[in-house]
Design a protein around this ligand. Structure first.
Ligand code: GUN
Length: 289
């Protein structure tokens, strides 16, 4: 059985079209324009690309975007003062401080300084706590995108055996939490990590397998069962090009559906950031969903 492709590039286009409409309605009916501030400290090339892509997507959708570029030697207290200013700015509904920050700045302190009600990254401990409790909050963008991919590809999560490989704070831990919520995925979720004795014994049980380990082709065909749905979060640059954490060519022969790399999970992250920003603008303006 050759797998269906779960194309994040197309699903994200569809979500962006829906957002464009919502943003136009907000402007027309409520005179509200969602606003996102992105803060970049230093000269990290990959971060510049990400921040540039976020700005471009804001423009495309009609979101007000403010980009603040600061030199690499910016003092922590100056960055904290900027965050405080953005916390108070009524035009700004979302604040994103691009990571990684230079080593002399305490990143945790900066992320904790962002008003949780403007934390569209979903990284603030208050929002992580709400997510764990199943309360409405900003969901971190990559796992939020994975939920949308599952939903929009018609993958049933209720009662499914989900196996997550990787326990990062940005992907593994939050997607595990979202999928176990009764009103999230209602799935049975197992999380595997470097301390797991026999990862393959777990992955072979999975109806849905989510992999975010940052190791090229770590999951091979012998580690999955027939008919599995595979979400590959990995982006690894090899001489031959980009590959995921899953050995796509062999696993796709057994899977029912699989995300490609590139064009799978990747395009969803910025799209869900835009969605969180719109959600924040509505919340700040007292507009119900
Ligand atoms: N650096 C890489 N990914 C992200 C992200 O999703 N948010 C922030 N703030 N920084 C990042």
């Amino acid at each position: 059985m050759a797998a269906t492709l779960i194309k994040g590039s197309e699903i994200s286009k569809q979500i962006k079209e829906e957002l464009k409409q919502k943003i136009a309605d907000l402007k027309e009916k409520h005179n509200v324009v969602p606003g996102l501030a992105t803060v970049l400290v230093g000269e990290d090339e990959a971060s510049k690309v990400y921040v540039g892509a976020k700005e471009k997507t804001c423009k495309e959708l009609g979101i007000h975007s403010e980009r603040i570029d600061l030199p690499a030697d910016t003092r922590e207290e100056d960055l904290l003062a900027l965050v405080e200013k953005l916390n108070k700015d009524p035009k700004i509904h979302g604040i994103l401080v691009q990571l990684p920050l230079p080593k002399h700045i305490n990143g945790t302190k900066v992320l904790y300084a962002i008003n949780p009600d403007k934390d569209v990254d979903g990284f603030h401990p208050v929002n992580i706590g709400k997510m764990m409790l199943g309360e409405p909050t900003f969901l971190p963008c990559t796992p939020h995108g994975i939920l949308e991919l599952l939903k929009r590809s018609g993958t049933e999560t209720k009662g499914a055996e989900v196996v997550v490989v990787g326990r990062s704070n940005i992907v593994g831990k939050p997607i595990t939490n979202m999928l176990l919520q009764k009103r999230g995925g209602n799935a049975t979720v197992t999380i595997c990590h470097t301390g797991t004795k026999d990862i393959a014994a777990h992955t072979r049980r999975a109806d849905i397998l989510i992999v975010a380990v940052g190791k090229p082709k770590a999951i091979t065909a012998d580690m999955v069962k027939d008919g599995v749905v595979v979400i590959d979060v990995g982006v690894n640059r090899l001489e031959t090009g980009l590959v995921g954490d899953v050995d796509f060519e062999t696993v796709k022969e057994k899977a029912k559906a699989i995300t490609p790399v590139p064009g799978g999970v990747g395009p969803m992250t910025i799209t869900m950031l835009m969605s969180n920003t719109v959600q924040s603008a509505k919340m700040h303006s007292g507009i119900a969903d």
